[in-house]
Design a protein around this ligand. Structure first.
Ligand code: NAD
Ligand code: UFG
Length: 343
């Protein structure tokens, strides 16, 4: 059984990925400082998979603890979710973001080097494409970012590219589009600490009565109904994408093949507007989601959706779940846990 270090494994995407890893016979070891998550998420994953999950409370900035962790486990690969992700906060506190996301990754890469671990799956983002010149977005499109969060992801991609040129190292950079939904048990899901920045958790918190109404950021974009269009991908599909990436690394290892730096989009390939998502949520759940149109949010683009050809051809992966299923799963999680993991 291969040991996989999962940094940030207690978070939203990490916790769902743990389930897929265990189901496929990997042994995930979670390393998380719980700065944006709860250990309850790990307990709930243990209930779902009916198995204990190794958990280390640690910070990727703590190099000594990282080394200790590598010394006591023989890791085949690292899935590196640990990172801060609030765009607005990153504009106000850029150093915190560069320190955590860039310096944290450098630490991890140095320790991986020291212990001869050469396989990485990195959590990148569609944000690295900035304002795309056309749609769908392909992996070879030019990259640019306008905020420190996005820059931190882009910087890590550059670091990984250089590292892969310098020696035998495999780095699959998964560029996520917009993850939504929750595991079907309704016991784990997205649990934003403050008022949600992202659309889906905002919608579900309005539906559960925690927030009054949704502010729709602009209805004058050049889109189907004037509201922003994004590629919403079910969290279980996203989690399975990580498993496929890992299996690709295992195959590369068996064939003695160096993969190098490989950026891969994980999305569905189609776009949904804000109002379409609100309508889909209302229809799927029977809940009312009052909203008001307000002005555009600074830094937002009109439309963004992925080409998923590369994920299909290289990883044999494509998204299975639709928006209706994601709305139902989100709602099950939200209504069972109105205050998130603290409910
Ligand atoms: P999350 O905040 O739920 O999970 C991140 C986890 O990392 C948290 O459990 C947090 O406690 C942990 N963490 C943060 N800094 C750490 C550190 N220094 N040391 C150890 N642990 C640390 O976020 P998520 O939505 O699960 O995102 C996971 C990754 O995917 C992040 O890197 C994020 O930037 C990236 N990403 C997310 C989205 C999205 O919309 N959710 C989109 C694109 C990319
Ligand atoms: N929106 C609203 N009201 C809200 C929140 C969002 O109208 O309260 C709109 C936005 O204007 C946008 C759409 O809903 O048109 C989606 O917004 P999100 O904030 O949910 O998602 P973004 O596409 O802006 O950004 C997300 C993550 C980024 C990541 C990016 C690409 O927040 O970190 O997806 O993966 F980089």
């Amino acid at each position: 059984m291969k040991n996989i270090l999962v940094t940030g494994g207690a978070g939203y995407i990490g916790s769902h990925t743990l389930i897929e890893l265990v189901k496929a016979g990997f042994n995930p070891v979670v390393y998380d400082n719980l700065s944006n998550s709860s250990v309850i998420a790990i307990d709930r994953v243990e209930n779902i998979v009916n198995q204990k999950i190794d958990f280390i409370k640690g910070d990727v900035l703590d190099k000594d603890l990282l080394k200790q962790t590598f010394k006591t486990h023989n890791f085949f690969a690292v899935i590196h979710f640990a990172g801060l992700k609030a765009v607005g906060e990153s504009v106000k506190e850029p150093l915190k973001y560069y320190q955590n996301n860039v310096a944290g990754t450098l630490n991890l890469l140095e320790v991986m080097s020291e212990f001869g671990v050469q396989n990485l799956v990195f959590s990148s983002s569609a944000t690295v494409y900035g304002s795309p010149k056309s749609l769908p977005i392909f992996e070879h499109f030019p990259r640019s970012c306008t905020n420190p969060y996005g820059q931190s992801k882009l910087m890590v991609e550059y670091i990984l590219e250089d590292l892969c040129k310098s020696k035998a190292f495999n780095a699959i950079s998964l560029r996520y589009f917009n993850p939504i939904g929750a595991y079907q048990t309704g016991t784990i899901g997205e649990d934003p600490k403050d008022i949600p920045n992202n659309l889906m958790p905002y919608i579900s918190q309005v539906a559960v009565g925690k927030l009054q109404k949704l502010s729709v950021f602009g209805d004058d974009y050049d889109t189907i109904d004037g509201t922003g269009v994004r590629d919403y991908i079910h969290i279980i599909d996203l989690a399975k994408g990580h498993l496929k990436a890992l299996e690709y690394l295992v195959k590369g290892d068996k064939d003695n093949h160096i993969i190098g730096f490989e950026p891969i989009n994980l999305g569905t390939g189609s776009g949904t507007s804000v109002l379409q998502l609100v309508n889909a949520f209302e229809k799927a759940t029977g809940q009312n989601v009052p909203y008001v149109i307000v002005s555009r949010r600074a830094g937002d683009i009109a439309s963004c959706y992925a080409s998923c050809d590369k994920a299909k051809s290289l990883l044999n992966w494509q998204a299975q779940f639709d928006i209706t299923r994601a709305c139902l799963d989100t709602w099950r999680w939200q209504k069972n846990n109105p205050m998130g993991y603290q409910s």
